[in-house]
Design a protein around this ligand. Structure first.
Ligand code: BG6
Length: 477
């Protein structure tokens, strides 16, 4: 048996524009929804302030200053041997308000330069079109993705960047973790995915499905358009995959988990199969939901199936049919409970490497399309030792165990995995908490939650470890 990973396997790292760039008001960039989202902490919610309020801290304004330092950061990625680098395009750099007819040339030039720098080092850019941000004006003026106008604005933005970068960027994804907003009770998720705070709506769940319909149509239009612009482009969807295990082998728990997993599969089903599955139509009927669709939408969905599934995998969860749910807020499914067989990080994320192999098999078995692990990683509070160095053995242990399981999925199970880009390869601002202190990187950034710090970069122990992993194509772990 051939135990080696494919030679063209895309090792790399991942971030998102708003979590690294900073330069929030530079180069003609408009106000984005994350620019009015405060810093929080573990157990302290981030606040959506609508406009910038005096005396509040907004970590995304500076983030880790990648906007000014990307050349040095890319040199460090190249030193690790990255084959690819995943980031996103900040929509508000290209269309500051979102609904203009013409794009902002300075914003386009920034990404041109950054992509050129990557390509100069032989690093393939992997680009998400919408990663938890949009121009704030589209929210205040149109109500975010509730409005079909925003769909048109997004397609215009996507067309501009697909045309402009078609010869620099081959791998694209439409909406990052589109399924996060299924957990509509957490305001942050709806807000960042769509600019909508669902629990302020008269019927939050119905509103969420309407918003999703707009995004599914937008994604399908962008896939078709991208293929028209350049048939070589690979345009994927992106799902947050937290598998929900049955808590026990009680048939009720098994059935409950099957139903719970629809919270994940709905998104893959529409993106990859190009139509709504029977179970969701039944749910809408049962609940009396009227999702407004235009004539032609179904054909658009059918024509615009994604080329691959990008996925994040950090943890698994368990669900049980009976008894009070005591699950983590992040699982999103009522009835979820901590799994006694796995341990959790300080932030309650349950660490389960085997769950990655399980997830890859689940997705490949269902869709038989290539998978790209575009996020995986361990958020931790790194401490410098007396030599000023960070020995992040816990991070190495987490990544090693997950890579081992990924290899089993590829080599033993035959799953087609295109690549692996651990999250936050460069320390960045946490999405859920808005902290700096929840760190994922191989590269440390000297920046702290109180705003202090020089932005200086330094290598953690994991830096050399990952360099060896890539150099040996996953043999030396
Ligand atoms: C995913 C997101 O949810 O997880 C990233 O796509 C995010 O944007 C990552 O940063 C890790 O989450 P957090 O809250 O630890 O930063």
């Amino acid at each position: 048996m051939n135990n080696a990973l494919p030679k063209e396997f895309l090792w790399g790292g991942a971030v998102a524009a708003h979590q690294v760039e900073g330069g929030w008001d530079q180069g003609g960039k408009g106000l984005s929804i994350v620019d009015v989202l405060t810093s929080g902490a573990h157990g302290v919610e981030r606040v959506i302030t609508d406009q910038i309020e005096e005396g509040r801290r907004y970590a995304n304004h500076e983030a880790v200053d990648f906007y000014h330092r990307y050349r040095d950061d890319i040199a460090l990625f190249a030193e690790m041997g990255f084959k690819c680098f995943r980031t996103s395009i900040a929509w508000s750099r290209i269309f500051p308000q979102g609904d203009e007819a013409e794009p902002n040339e300075a914003g386009l030039r920034f990404y041109d330069d950054m992509f050129d720098e990557l390509l100069r080092h032989g690093i393939e850019p992997v680009i998400t079109l919408s990663h938890f941000e949009m121009p704030n004006h589209l929210v205040t003026q149109y109500g975010g993705w509730k409005s079909r106008t925003v769909l048109d604005c997004f397609v215009r933005f996507s067309e501009v960047v697909l045309r402009r970068y078609q010869h620099k960027v081959k791998y694209w994804m439409t909406f990052n973790e589109i399924n996060n907003q299924r957990n509509w009770k957490v305001p942050l998720f709806g807000y960042c995915c769509s600019g909508v705070i669902y629990n302020q709506e008269p019927n939050p769940e119905e509103c969420m499905y309407q918003v999703l319909h707009h995004q599914f149509v937008a994604s399908a239009k962008v896939v078709s358009l991208g293929h028209e612009i350049n048939p070589d482009l690979q345009i994927g969807c992106m799902l947050a995959m937290v598998p929900l295990y049955p808590y026990s082998c009680h048939p009720d728990d098994v059935m409950y988990a099957e139903i719970a997993m629809r919270e994940r599969f709905l998104f893959g089903d529409v993106h990859m199969r190009g139509h709504y599955p029977a179970y969701i139509r039944k749910e809408w009927q049962r609940k009396g939901y009227q999702i407004v669709m235009e004539a032609g939408d179904e054909a658009i969905l059918r024509a615009g199936c994604a080329d691959y599934i990008g996925l994040s995998y950090y943890m698994s969860n368990a669900v049980r049919a009976h008894g009070a749910g005591t699950g983590t807020a992040l699982s999103g499914f009522e009835g979820s409970v901590p799994n006694p067989h796995v341990q959790a990080s300080e932030w309650g994320w349950q660490i389960d490497p085997v769950g990655l192999r399980y997830t890859l098999n689940l997705l490949y078995g269902r869709y038989e399309k290539p998978l790209f692990i575009v996020e995986n990683g361990f958020g931790a509070r790194d401490q410098k030792d007396e030599r000023g160095e960070i020995d992040d053995d816990y991070r190495i242990a987490y990544l090693r165990a997950h890579i081992e399981q990924m290899k089993l999925a590829i080599v033993e199970d035959g799953v087609d995995v295109m690549g692996y880009t651990p999250w936050g390869c460069l320390d960045c601002v946490s999405f859920t908490t808005g902290e700096y202190s929840k760190r994922y990187g191989f590269i440390h950034v000297d920046k702290n939650d109180d705003g202090s710090g020089s932005f200086a970069r330094s290598k953690k122990r994991s830096f050399d470890w990952y360099r060896q992993v890539i150099a040996s194509n996953g043999e030396t772990l």
